[in-house]
Structure formats: structure tokens, C-alpha cells
Ligand binder design. Structure first.
Ligand code: AP5
Length: 216
């Protein structure tokens, strides 16, 4: 059993790598971004409020995200989980310690996917995602393009562009990351859990570096 956290700037490749880890190691993939987007698609009162915040590239309140995370993490299987998008700040990191302690789980690795601003911005501008199965594509990378325009390779459903994947929102997300999330690197380094991977390489080279950490 392995419990892994991926930390990175927006559009660095967390969701992409988490899916590859899920497939290879049988871990449950938990993305707080996906949990929030699913609440938005339900069109609930909460979803409408969340949509406004996320469109602007701002962070949702710690309490709302924790509530969604708790429900999902409790359903994680015995193989463990790969968590991305959480924690996003030091308060969330200490809340996560509390949550995991309550359910007798611990973090094995925190993998930091390092990527420069310009590359992340370009990845964000080319991203498309399936609304149904969550598979992620990129129009700027031939290995990551869908086989048929606008259609998911996995489930044949429609793929769409996220409404926070525009330059203005991306810049806010990136600055929020620098201010709130980057300090987590030192937090996990001091706990001896941090591993660093160069995420500017192509996605299979990045995955191979992750396999070297988790074990082939
Ligand atoms: P979230 O969904 O977590 O967004 P994010 O952190 O901005 O991260 P992204 O999903 O943009 O990127 P990613 O790193 O997963 O990259 P991906 O694999 O898709 O959060 C969205 C919003 O929800 C937040 O702004 C906030 O409002 C809210 N939120 C979420 N969690 C929260 C929390 N804990 N607290 C408060 N608020 C929260 O890859 C990007 C693109 O690049 C894709 O097109 C992909 O195909 C491509 N790509 C990936 N890897 C490579 C590669 N190696 N080479 C070339 N292309 C690649």
C-alpha cells in the first residue's frame, strides 16, 4: 500500500501523472479540482458559488475542500491513494495530517513536479478534458492529442476546455501557487518525504522518473 501526494504548479501535469500512477499501481486517484468540478456540474447552490471562485483562479475555502476530501478519502481502497490538488496551503497540510491520523493512514511520498511558468502556461492553453471519465488531453503535444477531434479516446464522450484555462486566470492560479502552495515543499522536505521530478520533459519520461521513486 502506498499513499502519494503530487505537488506542482497549475498545469504542471499532476492530473496526467496521477492517472498513469492509478493505472499502473492500482491506487485511487483523488483530485480536489475534479471533486470541485463535479460539484459545479451538479448545478447545486454550492456548485454555482464554486464556479465563480474557480473561474477567477482563486482558492476555495479550506472547509469546503476538506469536506469533499474526507468523503472521498474514506472510500479509498487498501492499495492506497494518489492525491493531487491538496494540500494547497500549510493549513490544509496540517489538516491532512489530522485526517490521515484519524483513519490510520500515512503519506509515503510527496512528489514535487517542477515545471517553469512558460511551459505550464502553454500546457494550460492546449488542455482539453473529458467531462465523463476525466481523461486529459493536450492539443499542443502530438502524444496527448485525442484521436478524433472533440471526442474522448476512452469513453467516446465529449471533451471540453476548462473555463479557468485562459491566460488571465492561469496567472492568478500561478501566483496563488507561489504564495500558498510552494511553501509546502519545505514543509514536506523537513519531514523527509519530498522527492523532486523534472516535469518539463515529455509525459512518459516524467512517469519513468516517478516509477523510479515508487518502484517499477
Ligand atoms: P485543479 O484542478 O487542481 O487545478 P490546478 O492546480 O490549476 O492544476 P491543473 O488541473 O490545472 O493542472 P495539472 O497539474 O493537473 O495538469 P494536467 O495533468 O491537467 O484546481 C482547480 C481549481 O479548484 C483551483 O484553481 C481552485 O479554485 C480549486 N481548488 C482545487 N483544489 C483546491 C484546494 N485544495 N483548496 C482550495 N481550492 C482548490 O496537465 C496540464 C496539460 O498539460 C494537459 O493538457 C496535459 O495533457 C498536458 N501535459 C501534462 N503533462 C505533460 C508533459 N509532460 N508534456 C506535455 N504536456 C503535458
Amino acid at each position: 500500500m502506498k499513499n502519494i501526494i503530487l505537488i506542482a504548479a497549475p498545469a504542471a501535469g499532476k492530473g496526467t501523472q496521477a492517472k498513469l500512477i492509478e493505472e499502473k499501481y492500482g491506487l485511487i486517484h483523488i483530485s480536489t479540482g475534479d471533486l470541485l468540478r463535479s460539484e459545479v456540474s451538479s448545478n447545486s447552490e454550492l456548485g454555482i458559488e464554486l464556479d465563480k471562485i474557480m473561474k477567477k483562479g482563486q482558492l476555495v475555502s479550506d472547509e469546503i475542500v476538506e469536506d469533499l476530501l474526507r468523503k472521498k478519502i474514506n472510500s479509498s481502497n487498501s492499495n492506497g491513494f494518489v492525491l493531487e490538488g491538496y494540500p494547497r496551503n500549510l493549513n490544509q497540510a496540517s489538516r491532512l495530517d489530522v485526517i490521515l491520523n484519524e483513519i490510520n493512514k500515512k503519506i509515503d511520498y510527496v512528489i514535487y513536479l517542477d515545471v517553469p511558468f512558460e511551459i505550464a502556461l502553454k500546457r494550460s492553453s492546449g488542455r482539453l478534458q473529458c467531462k465523463y471519465c476525466g481523461k486529459i488531453y493536450n492539443l499542443n503535444d502530438e502524444k496527448l492529442r485525442p484521436l478524433k477531434n472533440g471526442i474522448c479516446n476512452n469513453c467516446g464522450k465529449e471533451i471540453y476546455q476548462r473555463n479557468d484555462d485562459n491566460e488571465e486566470s492561469f496567472k492568478i492560479r500561478f501566483n496563488t501557487y507561489l504564495e500558498n502552495t510552494k511553501p509546502l515543499i519545505d514543509y514536506y522536505k523537513s519531514k523527509g518525504l519530498l522527492k523532486e521530478v523534472d516535469s518539463s520533459k515529455d509525459c512518459y519520461t516524467v512517469f519513468s522518473s516517478i516509477e523510479n521513486i515508487i518502484g517499477k
